[in-house]
Each structure stands twice: as C-alpha cells, then as structure tokens.
Design a protein. Structure first.
Length: 363
C-alpha cells in the first residue's frame, strides 16, 4: 500500500471524523489509561514504603487520597483527553460533559470523605490511651462525611447549570414537611453531635439521669446505652438525654461524707467536750481523707447529736465506702476505750399516750 493510499484512507470520514482522528483518539485513550493506573500503583507503593519508616502527616494524607482514586475517574480523564481529537455532535457532547462532571464530583466526594476519615482516624490514634472518645469520633466522622457529600452534590448541580437558590426555595415547603416528619430523628442527630463536641460524658462514665443510674456503654447517633447497676441495659434517645439533668459521678474529684452520731445524755460533760477532737482524730487517721468539721450540733429527743463532715479524695464508690467503714470502726474502738455510749431510742422515749375509750352507753 502506497503512501498516497494511506493518506486517502486516513482522510476517510466515519461518523463525522476522519479515520486518522479516530486513530489518534484511540491511541490517546489507550496511552493515558495505561499510564494513569501504573502511575497510581507506583506512587502508592512508594508512599507505603516511605510512610512505614517516616509516618509524616502529609505523606499519610497523600497516600489516603491516592488509595481513594478510582479507575472510573481515570477512564473519564482518558476519555476527555481522547475526545479532543474528535468532533462530537452537540447532543452527544452535552451528554458526555454531564457524565464527566458527575464522575469528577463523585471522585471529589470520595477524596474529601477519605480525608475526613483520615483525620478522624488520626485523632483516634492520638486518643488510644483514652479510648473512651471513640463514640464521639464516630459521630463526627458520620456528620463530616454527610456534609462532604451534600457539598459535592450541590457543586455538581451548580456546574450542570442548575441554580441552587430557586431549587432550595422550591423545595422549601416539602423540606419543612420532611423536617416535621423526622424532627425527632434530626433532634437526636444534633444531640449526638452536641455530645461529640461538648463531651459531657464518655464511654465508661457512671451517670444518673433522673431516676436511672448506670454506666455508659455506647454513644450512638440516635441513642445512648447505659448498663444499670442491676444489670439491665437502659436505652435513652440523645435528644431526651440532653433535656434531662445528667449527673456524672466519674467527674468527681472527691466524695463528701456526713457523719451523724447520737451520744447518750449520761455521758460526762468533760468527755462530751472532747468528742469533736476524738472524731477529728479518727477521721484524720484515714489516708486520702480531708477533715472539714466536727461539732456538738444540738440536743435531740433522746440523745446529744454530733455532726462531722469530711471529703474522701476519690471518685471510686467502693474506695469511698471502705474509707467510711474504716472511720466508723475506728470511732467504735475509741468510744469503747473511753466509755462513750451511743444512744438509741428507749421504750419510754417511744411510748405514746393512748386516750381512754369512752364508756359505752347503757340502757
């Protein structure tokens, strides 16, 4: 075949383009669709080996974005570059442009959501020592990914020539109806976001919510689960949870204890005057306990009432009760040694005067 015949063949027109143009387009597509996957694999392999020895934040993020790049996106790039050699009819050109925009913004959404997950996992790795924030990070990841895809979808509509403002206004009534329908779900979602950001409690904290008491097992998007002291699981929606008064016992720096003693009236006056010092000494002898006060408070119906206050420097309830028990036993030993008698109600002090029954009428 001569050179002139090849030129004539190349100038032959098929579907609006010469055979030479089709050949250039096919060659361009094949070249780019071969080079791009190889380049992605090469860069990913180099990044994996580099981050294994030098886990720099930028390189880890770049590796995450490379892994999130799809073959479909590479096909779109190769197709776009190949079409530059061809004359495409207006209708087909509009369809191809729309398809390319959809794939491009879908890929952008994948990159951004991968970036959100990367930063959340990076934060999770920094909180390994206190992994109780894992539930909050899961909520933030969910909300962040949803926002990323909403933004990507809005940008896609804008690039397709669709005005978002009138669309949002047109959907206003329907949006209000949908919001009213799912207001409880949205309320719980925003409540979970508030819990994730404000962190009023974490997994493992001991809470009292109204009449319910338990330990936080899981903080979800819709609800929070507690394990009660009696063993059953308590499930409370996040919206209702934030509307309640929550007492977090795990945030206690110390626990306050009030001691009340009833001393018999027969106790000698001199010993009564020494009792506040005796109580103070018994409290101060206990480790990790701060004494506040001890006083002869008032006269009771059948005993002299003494009051004392001290703080146990722990948020562990068992340790708090152990300290109370130790102080009480020490006081019993001290009272027995000194001859101090604890008062208790007598039959006479509890007796009641019963009116005599009225005589029955006769006749």
């Amino acid at each position: 075949m001569t050179l002139e015949s090849l030129k004539e063949l190349g100038q032959a027109v098929y579907y609006g383009n010469t055979l030479a143009a089709w050949a250039k387009a096919i060659l361009t597509f094949t070249l780019w669709f071969t080079v791009l996957p190889l380049a992605r694999a090469f860069i990913a392999r180099r990044l994996r080996s580099r981050t294994a020895s030098h886990p720099l934040a930028f390189l880890l993020l770049l590796r995450t974005l490379i892994d999130a790049t799809t073959r479909l996106f590479m096909v779109v790039i190769a197709t776009y570059l190949a079409l530059r050699w061809l004359e495409v009819p207006p209708k087909a050109d509009r369809f191809i442009e729309t398809a390319i925009l959809v794939v491009v913004w879908w890929q952008v959404g994948r990159w951004l959501s991968a970036g959100v997950r990367h930063f959340i996992e990076l934060r999770r790795g920094q909180e390994v020592a206190g992994a109780d924030g894992a539930a909050s990070l899961n909520i933030l990841r969910f909300v962040g990914v949803v926002l990323v895809w909403v933004v990507a979808f809005m940008m896609l509509l804008t690039n397709l020539g669709i005005k978002i403002g009138p669309l949002v206004a047109g959907l206003g009534i329907g949006g209000i109806a949908i919001a009213l329908t799912v207001q409880n779900v949205l309320g719980d979602l925003f409540a979970s976001l508030s819990i994730a950001l404000d962190k009023p409690f974490r997994v493992g904290d001991a809470l009292a919510i109204g009449d319910e008491k338990g330990t936080v097992e899981y903080i979800g998007i819709k609800s929070t689960r507690l394990r009660s002291v009696t063993g059953e699981q308590i499930i409370i929606s996040n919206g209702d949870l934030l509307k309640s008064r929550v007492r977090n016992f795990s945030r206690l720096s110390d626990r306050r204890a009030d001691l009340q003693l009833r001393i018999a009236y027969e106790t000698p006056h001199k010993l009564i005057a020494e009792l506040p010092k005796i109580i103070e000494g018994a409290i101060r002898a206990e480790k990790n306990v701060r004494f506040e006060r001890a006083h002869f408070a008032r006269y009771g119906d059948y005993a002299l009432l003494f009051e004392a206050t001290y703080l146990v420097e722990t948020n562990d309830y068992v340790a708090f009760m152990d300290a109370q028990q130790s102080i009480n036993l020490r006081l019993l030993d001290e009272f027995a040694r000194r001859g101090v008698t604890l008062a208790y109600p007598t039959t006479r002090s509890l007796s009641m005067t019963v009116p005599a029954a009225a005589p029955e009428k006769t006749g």
